[in-house]
Design a protein around this ligand. Structure first.
Ligand SMILES: NC(=O)c1ccc[n+]([C@@H]2O[C@H](COP(=O)([O-])OP(=O)(O)OC[C@H]3O[C@@H](n4cnc5c(N)ncnc54)[C@H](O)[C@@H]3O)[C@@H](O)[C@H]2O)c1
Ligand SMILES: [Zn+2]
Length: 554
């Protein structure tokens, strides 16, 4: 069996990768490379300086470039940074190009070695309790490290002994490993065994946790991500859950700052974003700190935008407390604020590092807010998941009453739809992601034409779905039975299926404005069947106007 002529050393900082690589190289008559050193050479500064000046995102990109470059060489032993295995593209490359060995060490060993190594984990030493930080960060990465072709425990070994183990493993095992190029890209559930789903994008994977009582465990889940957390929430949610969340984070040794903004869509503005950015600046938030977006979709959009833009990006944890945010807004990486004249016009693609949805929070949610969340779930069912659709049809009453079993199942399925569409088209480039905009072309116009004051987002989407099914019908694409089935389901969930009091012209103008902002084209998602969406651009204006008349009852 053919052996690969490259060995990658992965593992946490302080496990001896940089010291071991040259020794292995010498034993085999190869060269040694170190991705951290390559990045430092490219940048002309040290890793702590890179983190400080250009941020972790830049570092991760440069690290991937260094890995790709190193992998072009043959007969090399490549020491890598501790976080390199987090990116799927890096894992794929290492599996395709070589034999991957993980160096392991006890957190205590790592702590004592860290003072003398240069890697990206050095800042851990500055933590209030560095050992706890190493333990939790390492625990989070462990499922990735465990994917290695071979693991060497280095605690009581010299670099020579470790190197001999690596060479022995390479001789014996690398041929077989090399024959399975997908061995480092395992099923999601291996990486985050307790997650409800995982959002996997080219820039990384993040888990989505769903369950009851998770706010109480929030600290434990977030502690690996940072040592300082900035909670952004709205006043309503602060009153309900602020104390519990702060306490949970403090129990996990996180330093906590918290602020709240007024509830309501009007808060999702550039002005609020600016005041939050100033708040972070005053408190000297810095890279390595974490923004915790605690609330509904308004908060996850707003705080996500702040996280994306402050110092060009702070890590973000989304903790959705409305149904709509759980099934939709909190995952997928779209963040932003509204301009007075156009919704979501300013924003950034920026993914959270984790999503934690505590089902218990739904019990305090208003009835209208609950129903609007089901609107996006119904949308997910129609565009992608017939089983979810059956569940919604079978048990609408139970779901509206938040019956535990079906509610968790429906939310989990809805999250999975969103996660899989986003994974296929992270930045809405192939068109696949646009299916999530079903009901939104008209829905957004309804929101804008009523100045976001009459309808909740999900309510507007409900009307939008009815309208867009009607358009599909008139285009001869959507079967009558499907339009009927959708209308009945929306009605069972108490959602509006028509609008009143909006002049047709106002809707038409709102759509025209939207169209301008989207390069002159509006995409319409039309259902040919359940889980069978197609994208239509610029249907005849006369048909669209007919449809608007239809839902406006004019
Ligand atoms: N980024 C995306 O992909 C995406 C997707 C869908 C929607 N959105 C955005 O999400 C927003 C709508 O989300 P939303 O409906 O969650 O809005 P929201 O955040 O305004 O929440 C609705 C109301 O519920 C209150 N609330 C939140 N959690 C509560 C709880 N557990 N108990 C009691 N009250 C609670 C809030 O204070 C608010 O008054 C819109 O701005 C929309 O554009 C974004
Ligand atoms: Zn939506």
């Amino acid at each position: 069996m053919k052996r690969p002529l490259r060995i990658f050393l992965i593992g946490f900082s302080g496990t001896g990768k940089s010291q071991t690589a040259p020794v292995v190289a010498q034993m085999l008559g190869w060269d040694a490379l170190d991705t951290d050193t390559m990045v430092e050479e490219e940048a002309g500064m040290s890793i702590p300086q890179i983190f400080e000046l250009w941020g972790e995102a830049w570092f991760r990109q440069a690290e991937s470039r260094a890995l790709a470059k190193a992998s072009q060489r043959q007969k090399v032993v490549i020491a890598t940074g501790g976080g390199i295995i987090l990116r799927p593209e890096n894992r794929r490359l290492m599996a395709e190009k070589g034999f991957v060995v993980c160096l392991e060490a006890h957190p205590q060993t790592i702590l004592s070695r860290l003072a003398t190594t240069k890697g990206t984990e050095r800042p851990l030493l500055a933590a209030h309790n560095p050992l706890l930080r190493i333990q939790s960060l390492k625990a989070r990465r462990q499922p990735f490290y465990a994917l290695a072709d071979y693991i060497v425990r280095t605690d009581h070994l010299t670099p020579e002994e470790v190197a001999r183990e690596v060479v022995r493993a390479w001789r014996k095992l690398s041929g077989e490993a090399f024959a399975q190029p997908d061995r480092l890209t395992p099923a999601h559930d291996t990486l985050f065994p307790d997650a409800a789903c995982v959002v996997e994008t080219p820039s990384g994977a993040y888990p989505v946790y769903l369950g009851r009582g998770l706010l109480d465990r929030l600290g434990e889940l977030l502690a690996p991500l940072a040592k300082r957390a900035f909670i952004i929430t709205d006043a309503t949610v602060m009153g309900l859950y602020g104390e519990e969340v702060v306490a949970s984070l403090q129990r996990a040794d996180l330093q906590v700052e918290a602020t709240s903004v007024p509830p309501g869509e009007a808060t999702k503005s550039l002005d609020t974003a600016a005041s939050l950015l100033e708040w972070l600046t005053r408190l000297r938030a810095q890279r390595g700190d974490l923004i915790v977006a605690l609330g509904g979709g308004m908060i996850t959009d707003l705080a996500g935008f702040v996280a994306a833009t402050y110092a060009r990006g702070l890590a973000l944890a989304n903790v959705p407390t409305t149904l709509l945010a759980m099934v939709d807004a909190a995952l997928g990486g779209k963040t932003g604020v509204n301009l007075p004249i156009a919704k979501n016009m300013v924003g950034a693609f920026y993914h959270p590092s984790i999503v934690v949805a505590d089902l218990s929070t739904l019990t305090t949610l208003g009835e209208r807010e609950l129903r609007e969340g089901w609107a996006e779930t119904i949308k997910h069912a129609f565009i992608a998941d017939p089983d979810l659709l059956s569940l919604l049809e079978r048990d609408a009453q139970g779901l509206l009453a938040l019956a535990p079993g079906p509610t968790e199942e429906a939310i989990r399925r809805s999250m999975a739809v969103k996660a899989s569409v986003v994974a296929e088209d992270e930045r809405e480039q192939t068109g696949r992601r646009s299916v999530l905009n079903y009901g939104h072309t008209i829905g957004h116009a309804i929101e804008a034409a009523t100045e976001y004051a009459t309808y909740l987002h999900g309510e507007a989407i409900s009307i939008g779905m009815v309208a867009e099914a009607e358009l599909g019908l008139r285009l001869g694409l959507t079967p009558h039975s499907l339009a009927q089935q959708q209308r009945q389901l929306l009605e069972r969930f108490g959602l509006p299926t028509s609008a009143t009091g909006i002049p047709r012209e106002a809707l038409w103008q709102a759509m025209a404005l939207d169209k301008k902002g989207r390069g002159g084209k509006l995409r319409w998602i039309i259902l040919k069947g359940v889980a069978d969406p197609v994208v239509i651009t610029d249907p005849p204006a006369s048909l669209v106007k007919e449809v608007l008349d239809h839902v406006l009852g004019t």
